[in-house]
Design a protein around this ligand. Structure first.
Ligand SMILES: Cc1cc2nc3c(=O)[nH]c(=O)nc-3n(C[C@H](O)[C@H](O)[C@H](O)COP(=O)(O)OP(=O)(O)OC[C@H]3O[C@@H](n4cnc5c(N)ncnc54)[C@H](O)[C@@H]3O)c2cc1C
Length: 269
């Protein structure tokens, strides 16, 4: 949609240009920004002009995804095993046109429960690299960076620069389950498991307002997995919207979590 209140557009080509003025908003892929009225926005600052490489390899075999890396570029990054990235990209249920514009950073900064780039990066122990005003940088785990539905840990003038995924997490075995009210509907519950040497790490998104990470022994029986998920979900509150009621999401999440845990407890780390 046209943003009829916007009077100015500028390309940010260096870090100094990222300082937003009153009324300005950072623009990444624009797939959300242009999807609804933004009456308070009078100017756009285009982050994609920074020219960041979509991804870089880290010395430990990990990946650094630039905030401006598109969902399409992310699925083609050199993952040791690309299946999880592809499943998460597909969980967004966007057309290929939207996937080639929507960015990892835009998805993470929106902080929506169904943000599948949040699911992917939180499940792989991702760390958000945040540029602070004045030239500094700070870091936060993605699972903590997203604080609630649409609420993220970004202060005034801060910009998400990248998300770093450690090599150990990328090499780990993973399992993925997703539930939705309809075959092509938005994610209502999404559970990703990662096998660590002595634990199964479950990351729950979509059914909760912010990512929930549970570290469980591989030998946990199904009832213990269900109980741990139920308690963690009750603590943050089960999310409800037109894509699913809270009690249904809670039940689905418990089921998916036991499946993911069972799949990963059977394999060696
Ligand atoms: C058909 C369709 C389906 C969709 N399905 C889903 C879905 O299932 N789940 C979901 O979560 N979303 C969905 N969306 C919403 C949206 O497209 C995605 O979340 C997308 O990843 C947003 O990325 P973007 O680059 O387009 O962000 P933009 O629209 O450019 O920006 C989004 C917000 O993040 C801010 N921002 C962007 N980058 C940064 C940064 N680096 N630092 C600080 N702030 C930043 C912007 O200022 C803006 O407020 C869908 C959209 C469409 C059109």
């Amino acid at each position: 949609m046209d943003l009829t209140w916007v009077e100015a557009y500028r390309r940010a080509e260096d870090r100094g240009a990222l300082t937003v003025r009153p009324g300005e908003r950072l623009l990444a892929g624009g797939t959300w920004l242009f999807s609804e009225p933004q009456p308070e926005v009078t100017g756009l600052v285009d982050l994609t002009a920074m020219g960041w490489a979509p991804w870089e390899l880290l010395p430990d075999g990990g990946l650094r995804l630039a905030a401006t890396c598109t969902v399409e570029q992310a699925r083609r990054a050199p993952w040791p095993s690309p299946a999880l990235a592809e499943l998460c990209a597909d969980a967004l249920l966007m057309s290929f046109k939207v996937q080639s514009a929507a960015t990892v950073g835009g998805n993470v900064c929106l902080g929506l429960p169904a943000g599948a780039m949040i699911s992917l990066t939180a499940a792989l122990a991702g760390e958000a690299v945040i540029w602070t005003p004045g030239g500094g940088e700070r870091r936060a785990p993605v699972a903590a960076f997203v604080r609630g539905a649409g609420v993220v840990d970004l202060g005034p003038g801060e910009v998400l620069r990248a998300v770093e995924l450690p090599g150990s997490a990328l090499r780990a075995r993973t399992a993925f389950r997703r539930a939705s009210l309809t075959a092509h509907g938005r994610s209502a519950a999404l559970v990703i498991g990662r096998r660590e040497p002595d634990a199964v790490v479950l990351t729950v998104t979509a059914s909760v307002p912010r990512p929930v990470v549970l570290v469980l022994p591989p030998a946990s029986p199904a009832h213990a997995v269900r109980r741990a998920v139920a308690e963690a979900g009750a603590e943050v509150g089960w999310y409800a919207d037109p894509h699913g009621a809270a009690d249904w999401r809670a039940a689905q999440t418990g089921l998916l979590a036991t499946e993911v845990h069972a799949e990963l407890s059977e394999v060696a780390a």
